[in-house]
Design a protein around this ligand. Structure first.
Ligand SMILES: Cc1cc2nc3c(=O)[nH]c(=O)nc-3n(C[C@H](O)[C@H](O)[C@H](O)COP(=O)(O)OP(=O)(O)OC[C@H]3O[C@@H](n4cnc5c(N)ncnc54)[C@H](O)[C@@H]3O)c2cc1C
Length: 325
């Protein structure tokens, strides 16, 4: 059995105190702990000295709908709560309901899901197994075992909600030592497996705001080995707006193919270039497939995952646009 390393634990009931504690080197923030705790047990964060829990802070959980129809989801809201709440857009409920397993969705939160660490076969294994080889970049070494020719970490963005929030143009509210800022979900991510979040370590997500989806058709499809529990090895989120049989606004975002959610702009530009048809869907799906190069660092082969991109994009677009295979 893997055990946690010795760590201090703090659970303040004040957000400013959480932020202040996170400014100390060695502090790590915990919400549900379903990603953080296994990673700590595998000794993925050797510098960690203290867990700072968000769970006692009031006002960071819950779901509200504003007068303009935008939906605010507090960062501590569990995925199970999101999946079960009719006020939340169906695509978000669907994606939340596909995360992990019921137990993990009862504990795991929206904020934790948006920040879930990038994953790689060479890293997400117990420390004793990792010791069989020289440590990889993310484990503090000098080499990436996935692509040794380049000194770059390719660990994969593995959040189900991240591509959906990017496709819906949601906004994330961050509270940190310098105050409050709101950033588009797309700007929360960096395509760097070692440092995938564009936020300071002491910044805490307090909520995500989804703008009104008036006229948007949105969906999410997920590929994974076991439907009962696994992380995505491909996620496809799309938000399309149709006027007179033509899509005039499209966002297509892929998860689990890079270190950040990937907007496939070549595919988006194609979607809006001509009236909707089966031929168009096929070309858009193919363009999405060409835009990605999954690496051999997660479940199933990279070749298979690449081949599944046009299949999953095509299926989702047919569902949203009304064409079926
Ligand atoms: C077996 C298994 C299967 C899983 N399958 C999936 C899956 O299919 N899809 C998926 O997306 N995830 C999956 N997960 C990962 C995880 O369960 C979920 O992503 C969950 O939503 C994480 O939320 P949490 O509250 O438990 O996060 P935590 O573990 O508490 O935190 C995760 C990370 O986010 C940071 N964090 C947490 N809250 C905030 C905040 N408010 N502001 C800033 N940073 C924050 C933490 O510091 C930590 O780095 C799986 C985990 C396991 C163990």
């Amino acid at each position: 059995m893997l055990r946690l390393p010795p760590l201090d634990y703090a659970a303040p009931s004040d957000l400013d105190e959480v932020v202040a504690l996170l400014a100390d080197e060695g502090s790590v923030l915990m919400a549900g702990g379903t990603d953080l705790v296994p990673n700590l047990k595998r000794r993925q964060y050797p510098g960690a000295a203290r867990i700072v829990s968000l769970r006692r802070v009031p006002g960071v959980a819950g779901i509200d709908v504003a007068d303009d129809g935008s939906v605010r989801i507090g960062a501590l809201t569990t995925l199970a709560e999101v999946a079960a709440d009719d006020r939340v857009p169906a695509v978000v409920r669907e994606a939340a309901g596909l995360v992990a397993s019921p137990q993990l969705r009862n504990r795991g939160t929206v904020g934790g899901n948006l920040c879930v660490d990038t994953r790689c076969h060479w890293l997400n294994i117990p420390e004793t197994w990792r010791q069989a080889a020289e440590p990889c970049l993310k484990a503090g070494g000098e080499v990436c075992w996935v692509a040794p020719a380049k000194k770059w970490c390719w660990a994969v963005s593995s959040s189900d909600l991240a591509p959906v929030m990017v496709a819906l143009e949601a906004t994330v509210r961050l509270v940190g030592p310098d105050g409050v800022r709101e950033v588009p979900a797309a700007e929360l991510y960096r395509d760097d497996g070692m440092d995938h979040l564009a936020k300071r370590p002491a910044e805490v997500i307090t909520e995500v705001v989804i703008p009104p989806l008036t006229g948007l058709r949105a969906g999410y499809r997920k590929l994974r080995r076991r439907g009962s529990i696994d992380f995505p090895i491909l996620g496809v989120a799309a938000a399309l707006r149709f006027v007179d049989g033509r899509c005039n606004d499209a966002r297509i975002v892929l998860g689990a193919v890079a270190s950040a959610p990937l907007r496939v702009t070549a595919a988006e530009e194609l979607v809006v270039s001509e009236p909707w048809s089966e031929g168009l869907v096929e070309r858009v799906a193919e363009a999405a497939g060409k835009a990605v190069r999954p690496m051999s660092n997660t479940d199933l082969t990279s070749r298979y995952r690449k081949r599944m991109v046009p299949v999953y994009v095509g299926r989702l677009l047919r569902d949203l646009g009304g064409y079926h295979e």
